[in-house]
Design a protein. Structure first.
Length: 229
């Protein structure tokens, strides 16, 4: 039986060492990251089965790491933090964390949470790749960036990114107009199809070699949109 891979993200070297020793002793393969940037890179390279994440990191807030991961993976995320305020708990869960354990914590409790998270994940769908290369440009779902083939970053507004991310995550599949509107603009939207026309036109101008003859951002008239590689 293959050992489950656990990514532990914490800026405290003592906690990293203690968790590495304890989790390894219980049969886990342990990956370590001392900050958010290395956590996102390690997750993309190592494809962990579960992430144990501290919220207080030196380079970014832990919630930003959760958002970066949720751009491309449904891996279970257990937040491990000294923050006991309910706002922090709610924020972490709202952006995609699956569980929350406060410091100081008992090893038996953490191990139980890990086992439960791995069991839940066993029935989840297979994740997509974090970086999608279409030739003319690449979409990095973890870093939330679009890079042209020559290395230049394409500046997208948050709304443009929201539309592109949803289409790329469902690449090759039709995404309905109502689904796209509600996912990007909110649950009270569903009929404002003119929004979609405007933003798809903007994305094509920025990304397509021939915006009037798009290869990647395809319109299905009256139905929705599709992202093709």
């Amino acid at each position: 039986m293959t050992a489950h891979r656990v990514l532990v993200v914490d800026d405290d070297p003592q906690i990293l060492r203690a968790l590495r020793i304890n989790l390894t002793a219980h049969g886990y393969h342990v990956l370590l990251a001392p900050d958010g940037g290395s956590a996102l890179r390690t997750a993309a390279d190592g494809h962990p089965d579960v992430v144990v994440l501290d919220l207080g990191l030196p380079d970014m807030d832990g919630t930003e790491v959760i958002e970066g991961l949720r751009g491309w993976t449904s891996v279970p995320i257990i937040v491990l933090s000294a923050r006991t305020g309910s706002n922090d708990t709610v924020r972490a869960l709202d952006v995609g964390a699956d569980d929350y354990v406060t410091k100081p914590f008992g090893m038996a409790e953490l191990l139980a949470r890990l086992r439960a998270a791995v069991r839940r994940a066993a029935v989840s769908a297979v994740d997509g790749e974090p970086v999608v290369d279409v030739g003319d440009f690449t979409v990095d779902l973890a870093a939330k960036r679009v890079i042209r083939a020559g290395g230049e970053e394409v500046h997208l507004t948050p709304t443009e990114w929201g539309v592109l991310e949803l289409l790329v995550r469902h690449r090759g599949k039709l995404v309905g107009q109502r689904e796209l509107l509600r996912a990007v603009w909110g649950p009270n939207y569903g009929t404002e199809t003119n929004y979609l026309r405007v933003y798809l036109a903007q994305l094509r101008r920025k990304l397509e070699a021939e915006p009037s003859r798009p290869k990647h951002l395809i319109t299905e008239p009256g139905m929705g949109y599709r992202f093709e590689l």
